[in-house]
Design a protein around this ligand. Structure first.
Ligand SMILES: NC(=O)C1=CN([C@@H]2O[C@H](COP(=O)(O)OP(=O)(O)OC[C@H]3O[C@@H](n4cnc5c(N)ncnc54)[C@H](O)[C@@H]3O)[C@@H](O)[C@H]2O)C=CC1
Ligand SMILES: NCC(=O)COP(=O)(O)O
Length: 339
């Protein structure tokens, strides 16, 4: 456990029919080998016990209050219970569990904002399952920002960053249909996303002068306007404003040639215009140890880079490496004094 980290990490259960419970159990079993800081699982203890038994994993699961959680961690997996869950079957998603899934995220965030936990680490949710139950946010990222805005009374703009050992990427637009991207992309959005990224790479990742490589939207970054106008009309002016403020942003770059090894050495983060432009290279290069971190929040939030992988839940085939990387990154950020 890093010396300065006093409060445990909050780990939300995610979709209980997905691999979140499996990964939490596996991460706890790997705690010493992986050098993990104490974490408290926030969710349904009965689902976790059932999954442990299904997987044949010997994990003592202890329901606790938050103050006792860190002290229990070496001998048992502490659980802060969100109450009794409707019946859950591994790999069978059911929107009846949505309220509990959301409650676990809310509880993790409120504990983290109160300083009772040092960071929030989220297990994956299935967006469509929550949408079916009326969840009004595209994903965690926007939900967390809303919770933070409500708690602080100030507007919070979240930025998604996928961070792996070889590459960090940020999508400027996130979970919207591809056909809506050009409409959603504005100079202000590109500018704000880059500014928040630069600020957080400094304050949370210790990069003194972050280099931001900004992609274009169109093939060949628009080929001088002949393959689309957005690169010259939206992306380039945003980069001009950033540079005028001393932020080392450059582009717009053709997205197809900015991810090879030599290109990656020229920047600290790639700012991309839409979800797949950012997440395909990030997951191709680092699926097993990539971390999804939300920048711009007044607290630390990380997550594995993958989803609920329903078909693997309860089989023992899910790999916990990305969750372990997310737990480690959150603990490092907290120990380094980032909030
Ligand atoms: N942070 C979050 O809450 C995220 C949630 N999702 C949600 O997850 C659901 C499923 O999404 P998919 O696109 O199928 O992505 P997915 O990441 O769940 O699965 C993609 C592929 O990777 C495999 N995989 C994923 N995690 C793995 C692990 N830990 N070990 C071994 N193999 C693993 C799966 O078996 C599948 O073949 C969707 O509903 C989506 O909304 C997706 C990404 C992130
Ligand atoms: N594709 C990334 C993803 O779905 C994660 O979204 P979020 O739930 O962290 O907002």
């Amino acid at each position: 456990m890093p010396a300065r980290l006093l409060a445990p990490l909050a780990l939300s259960q995610g979709d209980p029919a997905g691999i979140g419970p499996d990964l939490a159990l596996m991460a706890w079993l790997a705690r010493d080998r992986a050098g993990l800081a104490p974490f408290v699982y926030i969710g349904a203890a009965d689902v976790l016990r059932h999954r442990a038994s299904q997987l044949g994993l010997s994990v003592p699961i202890v329901e606790t209050d938050i103050d006792a959680a860190s002290g229990l961690f070496s001998e048992s997996l502490p659980v802060l219970s969100t109450g009794t869950m409707p019946h859950v079957v591994a790999s069978k998603p059911d929107s009846a569990s949505a309220a509990q899934t959301i409650r676990a995220i809310e509880l993790a965030v409120s504990l983290t904002m109160a300083g009772k936990t040092s960071a929030t680490v989220t297990n994956p949710i299935a967006k469509s399952v929550l949408y079916a139950a009326g969840f009004g946010f595209p994903g965690h990222t926007e939900f967390l920002a809303d919770l933070a805005s409500q708690a602080t009374g100030t507007s919070v703009m979240p930025v998604m960053m996928i961070a792996g050992p070889e590459l960090r990427t940020v999508p400027v637009t996130i979970h919207i249909p591809l056909r809506d991207v050009p409409e959603a992309l504005t100079e202000q959005l590109v500018y704000d996303t880059c500014r928040i990224t630069a600020m957080d790479l400094k304050s949370r990742f210790g990069i003194a002068n972050p280099r931001l490589a900004v992609s274009g939207l169109n093939p060949h970054a628009g080929e001088n306007g002949t393959l689309g106008s957005e690169d010259d009309a939206i992306v380039a002016p945003a980069i001009g404003r950033l540079r005028a403020e001393g932020i080392d942003a450059f582009g717009p770059l053709p997205a197809d040639t900015m991810f090879h090894k030599a290109a990656r050495e020229t920047y600290d983060v790639a700012i991309c215009m839409y979800h797949d432009q950012a997440l395909i290279p990030a997951k191709a290069l680092g699926f097993d140890d990539g971390v999804n971190v939300t920048l711009g929040l007044p607290f630390i939030r990380t997550s594995p880079d993958h989803g609920t992988a329903f078909s693997l839940a309860g089989t023992g085939k899910a790999r916990p490496s990305s969750l372990i990387a997310a737990l480690r990154m959150a603990a490092d950020m907290a120990a380094n004094g980032a909030t």
